[in-house]
Design a protein around this ligand. Structure first.
Ligand SMILES: Nc1ncnc2c1ncn2[C@@H]1O[C@H](COP(=O)(O)OP(=O)(O)O)[C@@H](O)[C@H]1O
Ligand SMILES: [Mg+2]
Length: 599
């Protein structure tokens, strides 16, 4: 019964994609189901006509009849040949579109929440993975199989009618036995797929391990640290563990499956024997025997198992996608109450962090403790502090990638949670430490889909990246990955400048808002840094800017500096004030200054 559900899950997707194509596919299925039956009947008629025609000669009426039946057989054969490519085409388009739609729906669902905590939740990640991993061939293959199976079912049922015309009780027996076998098939496959759905964490691990072997990013470390054997062994281990459990569980089901096949074959043998006997003693003609026997074997189409597995897998992907959509729509953690208020203007007065406390999902300690901070609009703020102090976390909260557990962030007097999240994020331009290196053109890395114009060059010039772009083999159109022909890769510092250009491009496009740079000069050498910072301050004047940096040559130019330690702000002031204070900032500054004078 579970597979019937799976078929329905998939069939329901068809009209959603295209009603005309669905109707076309249905017509193809119906014709494709009936043609083989007609062919079997016509062949039987032709065989039956042979003995009489042999007696009377081809010119006799019996001869003419034989000729007509043979022509009919030919026409039916030709019709099958013609239909097949048409059906393939319709099925292909339809199934691909279903797949595209399902994959797109899972992408939209994963992208919909404006915060990102859900993507760090293992349970939700299993669901996200399930929405693709459970069907290696994708829902595409499953839809094709559903259509094939429908054709086989109709054809099998029609054949059963023909068998019933021979002996009604034989048809009933056969149907009962075949139905039992069919249920066994379905139960087995559905067990296998739901078993795999329960093994998703392991499945995700093995996909990750496979990626480690193939992914050029990991290639350096897998070699330097001699991980090849370890990676392959762990992959094999994950796979074996899952498979061993699966096989243990399957053994019983396979035996039950074989047991269910025995009655079907017994009834088939009985039927063949009956038909042979009837033909020999003349109670049915030779032609009738041929037609009945082919119908008999055609009923086996009801129990051909090949399609069910992919159908189960494809339906599992659809179900996980629907589940993901439901959770994203209903989970209070993911629903953002402010999502429908009007878009946000750039902050005019200030952004205030008021008593903010935050901890990451799944951790049992707070990263930020009762943090208070005022960020005046249109000024620059630098955040310094040791690794793990919570600097990146703080700016992620300001970008509303997470919501505080306690306290609030207020923009011009309005709680960030009451502001449209998408509108706010459109106002925020950021370069994070782990910014993304898109394997696309330089232009796409800066402006994504934006039409290329002067803004690209402006942003690149400000980020000190224009020369770099102009030096690329195809300029802005150069693909920035070696994984494609004609592509090039950049150094860490070059990538960073491009990421900066991206943030400046976005800031210029929205007319400014909040610009966040998390260690923007970490990959730059001293000269590149000096040239970047000089230009950067000009560009961002009047823009609310937050820069996190370990380099005091960058930090000291900010209007205001805060020192973060262990999730708390311990010092605030200008560079000169903080140096004069002689506290933590002064200590860090002196340490770095000494290092440079030593060098
Ligand atoms: N996504 C995350 N999930 C759980 N813990 C995290 C996550 N990101 C950072 N942390 C933890 O939060 C603390 C502060 O991190 P972070 O804000 O990145 O520090 P900083 O940027 O000052 O170096 C660290 O202890 C870090 O391990
Ligand atoms: Mg950080």
């Amino acid at each position: 019964m579970v597979v019937a559900g799976s078929r329905r899950v998939l069939v329901r997707q068809l009209p959603e994609v295209s009603k005309p194509l669905t109707a076309g596919a249905a017509v193809c299925v119906a014709i494709g189901a009936v043609l083989p039956i007609a062919f079997a009947v016509a062949t039987g008629a032709a065989v039956a006509a042979v003995p009489v025609a042999v007696g009377g000669g081809l010119r006799s009426p019996a001869g003419q009849h034989l000729l007509n039946t043979v022509i009919l057989v030919g026409v039916l054969l030709a019709a099958q040949q013609t239909l097949s490519p048409i059906q393939d085409a319709v099925t292909n388009i339809l199934s691909r579109r279903v797949q595209m739609r399902i994959y797109r729906r899972s992408m939209v669902a994963a992208l919909q929440p404006r915060t990102i905590a859900h993507l760090e939740d293992p349970e939700l990640l299993d669901l996200v993975a399930g929405a693709t991993l459970l069907s290696p061939g994708g829902p595409n293959g499953a839809v094709r199989n559903v259509l094939n199976q429908s054709r086989r079912y109709i054809s099998g049922a029609a054949s059963l009618l023909l068998v019933a015309h021979y002996r009604w009780w034989l048809a009933i027996l056969l149907f009962g036995a075949e139905l039992a076998l069919l249920q066994r098939h379905r139960a087995l496959y559905s067990e296998m797929v739901s078993f795999r759905a329960r093994q998703l964490p392991g499945l995700r691990r093995s996909v990750y391990l496979r990626g480690l072997a193939m992914n050029p990013d990991a290639a350096k470390e897998t070699r330097i640290f001699g991980l090849a054997g370890w990676v392959v062994e762990r992959f094999r281990g994950e796979w074996l563990e899952t498979m061993t459990r699966l096989w243990e569980q399957r053994r019983g089901s396979v035996l039950r499956l074989l047991a269910a096949a025995v009655p079907v074959f017994a009834i088939l043998l009985l039927s063949v024997w009956l038909m042979g006997r009837d033909a020999i003693d003349g109670s049915i003609s030779l032609g009738a025997m041929v037609a009945y026997a082919s119908a008999l074997f055609a009923t086996m189409q009801l129990v051909m198992p090949g399609d069910d597995f992919a159908i189960e897998e494809g339906a599992a992907v659809v179900r996980k996608t629907v589940e993901l959509e439901k959770i994203v729509a209903s989970d209070a953690r993911l629903r953002l109450p402010g999502d429908h208020s009007p878009p946000q203007a750039a902050p005019q007065r200030d952004i205030r962090v008021e008593g903010v406390r935050f901890r990451y999902p799944g951790r049992d300690d707070d990263v930020l403790h009762d943090l208070d901070l005022v960020i005046p609009a249109g000024r620059s703020l630098a955040i310094v502090g040791d690794n793990g102090a919570g600097k990146t976390t703080l700016v992620k909260l300001l970008a509303r990638l997470y919501d505080p557990a306690q306290g609030r962030i207020v923009v011009d007097g309005v709680d960030l949670r009451d502001i449209d999240a998408a509108g706010w994020q459109a106002r925020v331009a950021a370069v994070f430490q782990d910014f993304v290196r898109y394997p696309m053109t330089a232009a796409a890395n800066v402006g994504f889909g934006a039409k290329r114009n002067g803004a690209h060059n402006d942003a690149a010039r400000r980020a000190d990246a224009l020369e770099l772009v102009e030096g690329l083999p195809h300029g802005w159109d150069t693909v920035l990955t070696r994984e494609f022909d004609g592509g090039v890769d950049l150094s860490g510092g070059e990538w960073q400048r491009l990421a900066l250009a991206r943030a400046l491009f976005a800031a210029a496009a929205t007319g400014g808002g909040l610009l966040i740079l998390d260690e923007p000069t970490a990959h730059l050498d001293a000269r590149a840094e000096a040239s970047f910072i000089g230009g950067f301050l000009d560009v961002t004047r009047g823009c609310t800017t937050i820069v996190i940096s370990h380099r005091f040559s960058t930090v000291r130019r900010a209007d205001r500096i805060v020192v973060l330690e262990g999730g708390r702000i311990i010092e605030t002031g200008s560079h000169d004030e903080l140096v004069a204070l002689g506290g933590r900032y002064a200590e860090m500054f002196t340490l770095q200054a000494e290092r440079f004078t030593d060098a």
